[in-house]
Design a protein around this ligand. Structure first.
Ligand SMILES: Cc1cc2nc3c(=O)[nH]c(=O)nc-3n(C[C@H](O)[C@H](O)[C@H](O)COP(=O)(O)OP(=O)(O)OC[C@H]3O[C@@H](n4cnc5c(N)ncnc54)[C@H](O)[C@@H]3O)c2cc1C
Length: 371
């Protein structure tokens, strides 16, 4: 497919960078606009760094299945950014879990995700009163700083023009033709044939782009950054499937993230059809005090040695999810063509490895366009 068009991509996170690179390599003249001073500084950096391999989604078969598929592709394509030298344990809580050990085993078998009962040295780390089963699995972490470098190199090689510290405030019809004009916060204008809105939490904040039909939920989240005690070094744990905790390597800081389903979200709000407050502005105004104390007090009941975990820092961010997946915890992509201006597309990836689903959707969009 050859796309000899002028395209503006808004948002220099993992999605915006990937879409810009993808389109430029197909012949488009691409400008990428990012409000921060660098690429991948928001959700694409402030996250749990888990390269999903399906295990996390026993209640959403489609998300689990796609994760398995995308895991292999992502691993191959971004190998220098992937950290594999740790053991990933999934544990099933005895009380309050939405999945039992038998169901989890059956689910892993169905999606063909490798799993085996944990060796006794790992099992001994858990309280048998609260944990029903522990499995060794195959799941990895990504280093967001390496992804940033790799994508920066790709954008340069593909000839994408990147403009940092540029906040897009509006997209308007171009009076000189059937294209568009993108306006930034300084009043600069950039003409475009197509606009891809990859602004994640900011998706519904740009004038002239119709808010998504899919309702968005925003959460102010905290991932604590911790130093693991010596007996947990080289281990990552996720307790399923409910109000439990997880710790994963965070390679760029040589620490681990520590999160808790109950305490990681500090506050949340839903968008309404006529109400789209700017999540970034709300984020800037809230007080960010750590809930690490609550997280660790609960988690050490399940793993007593967590008591020696050392708090170092916190990553706060706005997390944006689709309200329709609240029940099954699924993480599909959102890809919506503006109903009033079909040359504008808003997209949200939900998790990093969904990028392949998003790029497929971009290809389908152009394949179906009738000029
Ligand atoms: C707490 C948390 C944990 C997560 N854990 C995982 C995980 O373990 N594994 C996983 O795969 N995914 C995880 N995710 C999801 C993952 O981080 C996101 O799906 C992914 O980063 C989205 O990429 P993005 O490029 O769409 O968003 P972002 O990286 O947020 O990029 C959007 C960019 O748009 C820019 N922008 C916004 N508005 C404007 C504007 N008006 N003009 C110009 N630029 C603008 C922003 O500055 C930002 O750089 C997690 C997310 C959070 C918040």
């Amino acid at each position: 497919m050859n796309i000899a068009r002028a395209i503006v991509v808004i948002g220099g996170g993992f999605y915006g960078c990937s879409v810009a690179d993808h389109l430029a390599r197909q012949g488009a003249n691409v400008v990428l606009l990012e409000r921060s001073s660098d690429l991948l500084t928001r959700a694409s950096y402030h996250n749990q760094a888990r390269l999903h391999n399906g295990y996390h989604y026993p209640r959403s078969f489609s998300t689990a299945y796609r994760s398995r598929w995308n895991f292999r592709r992502f691993l191959q394509e971004f190998r220098p950014a992937i950290v594999t030298d740790f053991t990933k344990l999934y544990a099933i809580a005895r009380v309050g879990s939405k999945v039992s050990p038998r169901q989890f085993e059956f689910f892993c078998e169905t999606i063909e995700a490798p799993i085996r009962p944990a060796r006794s040295s790992f099992l001994d780390l858990f309280s048998p009163r609260l944990i029903a089963a522990v499995y060794e699995t195959q799941e990895y972490a990504f280093d967001a700083a390496v992804l940033r470098r790799l994508l920066g190199e790709r954008l340069a090689a593909a000839g994408v023009k990147v403009r940092m510290e540029t906040t897009v405030v509006a997209v308007e019809p171009n009076p000189a033709g059937n294209g568009l004009i993108v306006l930034d916060h300084l009043g600069n204008t950039i003409p475009a044939d197509y606009v891809f809105n990859c602004t994640y939490s900011g998706l519904n904040t740009i004038q002239g782009i119709t808010p998504t039909r899919t309702t968005l939920k925003h959460e102010i989240t905290e991932m604590a950054l911790v130093q693991l005690p010596p007996d947990l070094e080289g281990i990552s744990v996720t307790v399923m499937d409910g109000p439990f905790f997880s710790f994963m390597p965070f390679p760029d800081r040589a620490l681990s993230t520590f999160s808790h389903v109950r305490y990681t979200p500090h506050s949340a709000w839903l968008e309404a059809p006529d109400h789209h407050p700017n999540p970034y502005s709300l984020f800037d105004t809230v007080t960010k005090s750590s809930a690490f104390g609550f997280m660790i007090r609960d988690a050490q009941r399940f793993m007593p040695s967590l008591e020696a975990m050392k708090y170092r820092d916190s990553l706060f961010e706005v997390k944006t999810v689709l309200v329709k997946n609240e029940g099954d915890d699924g993480r599909p992509i959102l890809f919506e063509v503006d109903p009033h201006q079909p040359r504008i597309v808003s997209m949200l990836g939900s998790k990093i490895d969904n990028i392949y689903d998003a790029l497929d959707a971009v290809n389908t969009y152009f394949a179906n366009r009738i000029e």
